[in-house]
Write a protein that binds this ligand. Structure first.
Ligand code: NAD
Ligand code: MG
Length: 411
């Protein structure tokens, strides 16, 4: 019986992970659930999976949950321990009772727990790509030192992992990793209509159902930039040997090109339960609950090069990869700030790359590009970049005289 801790259990990945676990009650036990503040969803998960420990990052929500447990679960021996202190919360990932940590918090908010899990030598099922973007070097070195096994559940990286004969790291036989990208909801939208893009438009992904932040990242293609950085660390591959190809059907989840000209691809429905089930059971295979891919229903497989003019965030990510050092960390932090402002109607979709570019320029003009040497330094640089992005954002938004569009305005 594998004991599982899910960080980000109320999100899209967390919910999909629990759906797979539910199919295999004799294989997996949910030891720990962690979320930010969605108490109703968390409450239902507690009732169904009876975790021994629950982490709630928002202290007010933690208080609400404690009161509800006290009043609604009469048997005190069944009360889960509720943790809200940030240090204790991250330490839940290193708990001796946990075998496997699902890192599914969104953003750098997931860094501390992912770091704790890696340092404790856990099996880490990684969705939280931002922690590798911000601290890839430190994370991979710590995994080697502790013996932690990082298994990717990001669909592209999981696909590559499945195509590599020996998993991580990539052998000499590999010429290139090829990450596929759907191109998101605006792949063909006329550029003169980008001004009117609302958060609702950006979150309406053509193929995948995901959390709001990653949905916007897919619409700007920043997600693919972050994924190139993630792949470089996970598979010890220079970014120059990682290609991005737009594949609108999202049937091929990524590919590996070998030196002999062979290309191996992993295919499947666009459903995160497949990579989650693969990583949960690895090296075995289990039912994920996903229907088989119907090849005869696939009307075509198309591929095109990404348009860097349409998707300036992807270009910025490539620039940051080339700069190295703190640049990936800075674009990630600035992106989190800009996307949150866009989702909150404080910034236009088209202005997201402006915030990221100006923050990156400020960072490169300032402290230089040296990579952080500790997680504490990562957090300091991340906080600096967030603050800088925030003030740049205020300046950019103030220059915009017309109000940022909402659904109401468009209607
Ligand atoms: P989501 O917004 O649906 O869920 C985020 C989860 O993180 C929620 O449970 C929330 O409560 C929790 N959370 C947020 N801030 C927190 C904090 N400060 N402390 C503790 N918990 C916090 O996001 P998602 O779509 O599930 O994405 C999660 C991660 O997985 C992201 O890094 C994303 O890039 C990655 N990912 C997601 C998908 C997908 O299909 N959704 C695919 C690949 C990778
Ligand atoms: Mg992905």
């Amino acid at each position: 019986m594998k004991s599982i801790a899910i960080f980000g259990s109320t999100g899209s990945i967390g919910i999909n992970t629990l759906a797979v676990i539910k199919l295999h009650p004799s294989r997996y036990r949910v030891e720990t659930l962690v979320a930010h503040s969605q108490i109703d969803v968390l409450w239902a998960q507690i009732a169904e999976f009876s975790p021994r420990k629950v982490g709630v990052a928002d202290p007010q929500s933690a208080a609400v949950l404690r009161a509800r447990i006290k009043s609604e679960i009469s048997d005190k021996t069944r009360h889960p321990e509720v943790v809200d202190d940030p240090v204790a919360l991250a330490a839940l990932a290193a708990d001796h009772a946990v075998d496997c940590v699902v890192a599914a918090i969104v953003g750098v908010a997931g860094l501390a727990s992912t770091w704790a899990a890696v340092r404790a030598g856990k099996q880490v099922l990684l969705a939280n790509k931002e922690s590798l973007v911000a601290a890839g070097q430190l994370m991979m070195s710590a995994a080697i030192a502790s013996g932690a096994m990082i298994l990717p559940i990001d669909s592209e990286h999981n696909a590559i992992f499945q195509c590599l004969p020996t998993g991580i790291p990539a052998p000499q036989a590999v010429q290139k990793l090829i990450l596929t990208a759907s191109g998101g909801p605006f792949r063909t939208l006329p550029l003169d209509q980008f001004d009117g893009i609302t958060p609702q438009d950006a979150c309406r992904h053509p193929n995948w159902v995901m959390g709001r932040k990653i949905s916007v990242d897919s619409a700007t293609m920043m997600n693919k930039g972050l994924e190139v950085i993630e792949a470089a660390w996970l598979f010890a591959m220079p970014p120059t040997r990682i290609d991005v190809v737009v594949h609108p059907e999202s049937v091929i989840h990524s590919m590996v090109q070998f030196v002999d000209g062979s290309v191996l691809a992993q295919l499947g429905r666009p459903d995160m339960r497949t990579p989650i089930a693969h990583a949960l059971a690895w090296p075995e295979r289990i039912d994920s609950g996903v229907a088989p891919l119907d090849l005869c229903a696939v009307t075509g497989l198309h591929f095109e090069a990404p348009d860097l003019q349409r998707f300036p965030c992807l270009r910025l990510a490539f620039d940051a990869i080339e700069q190295g050092g703190i640049a990936p960390l800075v674009i990630n932090a600035a992106n989190e700030i800009a996307v949150a402002a866009f989702l909150d109607h404080r910034l236009r979709f088209k202005q997201i790359p402006h915030v990221i570019e100006a923050t990156l320029d400020a960072a490169l003009a300032g402290t230089g590009t040296v990579a952080p040497e500790s997680i504490e330094e990562v957090l300091v640089k991340d906080a600096w970049a967030r603050q800088r992005a925030q003030s740049i954002l205020v300046g950019i938004a103030a220059q915009t005289l017309t109000k940022v569009p909402t659904m109401e305005h468009r209607a």
